[in-house]
Design a protein around this ligand. Structure first.
Ligand code: HEC
Length: 135
């Protein structure tokens, strides 16, 4: 997935193109099927649970995606250094999930930060599906 996305994003960024969230979801779907042959489709409900799921990090703090992106992804969030993060809900922030290199970069960082492992393609797709569907 990573290599594929990097190849795609290089191709597109060189020409200044972006992708739609649907195209990005399609790429994750291809990967999710490879990772798990029983995979059927992404689920906004699973994505919502994933977004809010709190776990205890090995450093002792409680973390979830909502820690920075807030309990309501339609709201502005905050980094640990108190910098504003624009809403994650795609309806309120048209730039969300349109730049595959950016999406992969932040999944990489934040999954490690919260889960202390990489996210699976299914988790990534569920998460995007939730935030794209959110009214
Ligand atoms: C420590 C704070 C923090 C936590 C916790 C966090 N994020 Fe983020 N996230 C950020 C910041 C900062 C950005 C980049 C700024 C921006 O895009 O507005 C970002 C951006 C993203 C993006 C890029 C989306 C796009 O297309 O613009 C994705 C995907 C993402 N985060 C996923 C997650 C997931 C999944 C979790 C939970 C497993 C999570 N984040 C938890 C701080 C955080």
């Amino acid at each position: 997935m990573r290599r594929l996305l990097i190849a795609i994003s290089l191709m597109f960024s060189a020409h200044g193109f972006a992708m739609t969230s649907d195209e990005i979801l399609k790429q994750y779907e291809i990967e999710a099927k490879k990772e798990n042959p029983a995979f059927l489709k992404f689920s906004a409900e699973r994505g919502e649970r994933f977004y809010h799921a709190e776990r205890v990090h090995s450093n002792g703090t409680k973390v979830s995606c909502a820690t920075c992106h807030t309990a309501d992804p339609r709201q502005q969030g905050k980094t640990r250094a108190n910098k504003i993060i624009e809403p994650m809900a795609a309806r309120l922030n048209a730039e969300r999930f349109t730049d595959p290199a950016k999406v992969e970069k932040w999944f990489g960082r934040n999954c490690k930060d919260v889960l202390e492992r990489a996210c699976t393609s299914q988790e990534k797709g569920d998460y995007i599906q939730y935030l794209v569907n959110l009214k």
